[in-house]
Design a protein. Sequence first.
Length: 92
Amino acid sequence: MSNGRAAAQCAHVAAKVVELGYGNISGMTTIILAAASTNHLYQITDALNRMVIGWVPQVDTLDEGQETTLQAIATLPVTKKQSEIFQFCEMW
């Protein structure tokens, strides 16, 4: 997906975090990481689930298609220890 579309998906998923009651999102440390593919993103969500780290999805269609695809996720606030799960992800 293009950088512009990826940025939009990040904004959408951040809005969902605010809707869940984390209203001070601008005061939180924000790190945007890239996933190599949708499969990689699903691997990340599986790891988050195993570590009991909450997350919210952003799904959308690609290229005017009908099928929705997971395009971005945001974790709920994590501890420094929990954040170590992301050490092998690349910065976006």
